[in-house]
Design a protein around this ligand. Structure first.
Ligand SMILES: *Cc1c(COP(=O)(O)O)cnc(C)c1O
Length: 413
């Protein structure tokens, strides 16, 4: 199989053959159990030691979760994948696996809110420093790297600013300094941004978003690519006494088991189901985003529109180079004031007021008063969160209905 869609629907045949269902079920059953039994003490010992391919306890591995992991590895060309209880679990587990107290990572201030808080507060309390730098400035990145820097972390299209970084430049700096490049690919997924092609070592995604699609469940993935940097990371080396050091071998041995952030089999099932139709939905989500962005540009009451799929957008050339010209499903736009934003939102009838994104349903939110509500005025200014800005996540409805709803709501301003 060559095509992305065929791979999405069927998964890896080798994996399927090895894990054939006893009854021939065409869909992997939900193994919703905590533990697995063995016929002999030798067999259960081998399973625990990982000598045989078997499952012992769901916090460590589970057949339904393994199916999802195999599916994601197959479409991304990754070395290994682990699925976790949330996108935040994927991000926190990945960083903690690579850094010990005294180490640091390079990142930007343009991050998903909880990731920012994780870096600013949580890992800092473990003695791990996040250096918030301007990732569009190669010199600034280089100047912040020292012998304790372990990774560069970024979101490939930031939310809600929709900034795109030059992956080629950043990936070169990461390679030159043996830094592990971690990219949060939640907003685009591998269908739009091919991490492997751009030298990403670890991709993290929130399965909650595009993969789940219907907002059915929370989950996340750490997707590790083949890399010669694993053996150069001191923390990863600690866990591997013999044989090749890989991110996943080291991670599964310690952090994965000890942090207990496993994905539930039920949620893995929902996410396998969602994964199979992911590309169809992305095409529809982003097609709608482009249509709505173009419409918003023609409306006088809309002060500005930010969508990287528009040819006049600052990041359009990078969108073409890195994301196959696809701007994804998120856009933002500005109205005259915060009051206008509230009034407009309250007037919408089909579009729903909610925080999720990359969903089947079109969702709108006022980031200033919700996602960023815990931050002071000054902090919001520093993070460039305007109270005039609305974020729209386009769903898979008919574009004419989305536009009609917006048009009607704009008339009250
Ligand atoms: C939602 C999101 C996360 C966190 O994922 P959860 O599944 O909610 O924990 C991380 N990064 C980005 C870009 C997100 O949109």
């Amino acid at each position: 199989m060559k095509g992305f869609n065929s791979k999405l629907v069927h998964g890896d045949k080798n994996f399927r053959d090895k894990n054939k269902d006893k009854f021939g079920a065409l869909r992997t059953p939900i193994y919703d159990c905590a533990a697995f039994e063995y016929d002999s003490s030798e067999e259960i010992a081998d399973a625990f030691e990982g000598k045989v391919c078997g499952h012992a306890y769901t916090r460590i591995s589970n057949p339904t979760v393994a199916e999802l992991e195999s599916r994601i590895a197959y479409i991304s060309g990754a070395e290994s994948v682990v699925c976790l209880s949330s996108g935040m679990a994927a991000i926190s587990n990945a960083v903690i696996s690579l850094c010990a107290a005294g180490d640091n990572i390079i990142t930007s201030k343009y991050l998903f809110g909880n990731t920012y808080s994780l870096f600013k507060n949580t890992i800092a309390s473990f003695g791990i420093e996040a250096r918030f730098v301007d990732l569009t400035n190669p010199e600034e990145i280089k100047n912040n790297i020292d012998e304790k820097t372990r990774a560069i972390f970024l979101e490939n299209i930031t939310n809600p600013h929709l900034i795109i970084f030059d992956m080629e430049k950043i990936s070169t700096i990461a390679d030159e300094n043996d830094l592990i490049l971690i990219v949060d690919n939640t907003l685009l997924t591998n269908y739009i941004f091919d991490c492997k092609k751009f030298g990403v070592d670890i991709e993290v995604i929130s399965n909650t978003k595009i993969i789940s699609g219907g907002g059915t469940s929370v989950g996340g993935s750490i997707i590790a690519y083949k890399s010669d940097k694993w053996a150069k990371n001191p923390k990863l080396n600690l866990n591997i006494k013999e044989g090749e050091v890989t991110f996943m071998k080291s991670y599964r041995k310690e952090i994965y088991k000890n942090f207990g952030s496993c994905l539930s089999p039920q949620n893995a099932y929902y996410q396998i189901l969602g994964l199979e139709t992911m590309s169809l939905r992305i095409d529809k989500n982003s097609g709608n985003a482009l249509k709505v962005a173009k419409f918003l540009e023609t409306e006088e009451k809309v002060k500005s529109v930010n969508y990287t799929g528009l040819t006049n957008n600052k990041y359009h050339s990078l969108t073409k180079k890195q994301f196959k010209g696809n701007g994804g499903s998120l856009l933002t736009f500005e109205l005259g004031s915060k009051e206008e934003c509230y009034k407009f939102m309250n007037e919408l009838s089909m579009i729903r007021r909610s925080t999720n994104l990359c969903e089947n349903k079109t969702l709108i939110i006022h980031p200033y008063s919700t996602i960023f509500c815990e931050y002071s005025e000054d902090k919001k200014k520093e993070l460039e969160i305007s109270d005039k800005m609305l974020r729209l996540s386009l769903g898979i409805e008919d574009a004419c209905d989305i536009i009609e709803d917006i048009k009607k709501a704009l008339t009250v301003l």
